[in-house]
Design a binder for this molecule. Structure first.
Ligand code: ZN
Ligand code: ZN
Length: 304
């Protein structure tokens, strides 16, 4: 599973740092988290296929997270290949796109489902496919904002085909039964259970995306035990008063969330333009949570 960061700047883009947007590549599908201005350009620069984006999760409607949405939808339409798109975000996102479609005269030739979220005190599933689910929870920002979590469904282990045949299971539908967790009868009438022929289930992978927010206990519930959490770190803790005022987190607070949630890895992003050098933010975070990495634009992270 790969996660590509498209932008790490807060509020305004600066050279080398674009606005928020992160692509999760899962199998043959892309899930986009946030769509700040310039997101489409980064997607094309990296030669990702816009038409592979099937789900877009928008944290909140501030421009640095959503100004790129109409342009991206229009761009997906140009690619002429998309068959559907689901957009998840706070209330108002439908109206925003309706107004944009009406006055900017762009239309999608494929169905778009928009799911508007209401306040969520605890994490709940907002999207489910055959292979994964996406949960959300409300954050603590100046306007309604949501954090998201991707969870892969547990995948069954590989079927030992040779062993299954040796035990007298006929190739074909019975293999499928075993893979789906049901016992079958061998040719000699012996009961073969899935555990006889399947390897250990593969651990499912998880990813969490949290921005923009003050330190928020709901974030801890959302990120509990996940493999990789991206969390905003707009300021150093010496500017905590500014973080309070603007509804953002300090690097120290992001690290505290990571520690309390027991995540495996923390990746910071959404930096204030006042920090051309990110080392102080990094040092602050690793003092609390050593498994921290500073996110960079156009960087790809892997969850093995
Ligand atoms: Zn922001
Ligand atoms: Zn914001």
């Amino acid at each position: 599973m790969e996660i590509t960061i498209l932008g790490t700047s807060s509020a305004i883009p600066i050279p080398g740092r674009n606005l928020s947007g992160t692509v999760l590549k899962y199998e043959n599908e892309h899930i986009l988290f946030d769509c700040g201005e310039g997101t489409q350009f980064s997607i094309r620069k990296l030669q990702l296929h816009p038409s592979k984006i099937k789900t877009i999760c928008i944290t909140h409607l501030h421009g640095d997270h959503a100004f790129g949405l109409p342009g991206l939808i229009s761009g997906i339409n140009y690619s002429n290949k998309s068959d559907y798109l689901t957009i998840i975000g706070p209330q108002g996102i439908k109206e925003l796109l309706d107004v944009s479609q009406k006055h900017q005269q762009f239309f999608a030739d494929f169905p778009i489902e928009i799911r508007e979220l209401e306040f969520m005190e605890s994490p709940g599933v907002v999207y489910e496919s055959a292979y994964y689910s996406i949960s959300a929870v409300s954050l603590n920002h100046r306007i309604p904002a949501f954090g998201y979590r991707f969870d892969e469904h547990t995948r069954s282990g590989k079927l030992d085909v040779d062993l299954a045949e040796k035990l007298g299971v006929q190739k074909g539908p019975l293999f499928r039964e075993l893979k789906e967790g049901r016992s079958v009868l061998s040719e000699s009438g012996k009961l073969i259970s899935p555990s006889d022929v399947l390897a250990e289930p593969k651990p499912s992978k998880s990813f969490c995306y949290i921005t923009d927010t003050r330190y928020c206990s709901r974030s801890i519930a959302l990120a509990k035990g996940c493999d990789l959490m991206m969390h905003e770190a707009t300021y150093l803790h010496e500017l905590k008063a500014k973080a309070d005022e603007t509804g953002h987190s300090t690097a120290l607070e992001a690290a505290m969330i990571a520690k309390e949630a027991g995540v495996k890895k923390l990746v910071l992003f959404h930096y204030s333009a006042r920090y051309p050098n990110l080392n102080p933010l990094y040092r602050e975070a690793i003092s609390v949570f050593p498994a921290t990495q500073m996110g960079n634009d156009l960087e790809t992270l892997r969850i093995e």
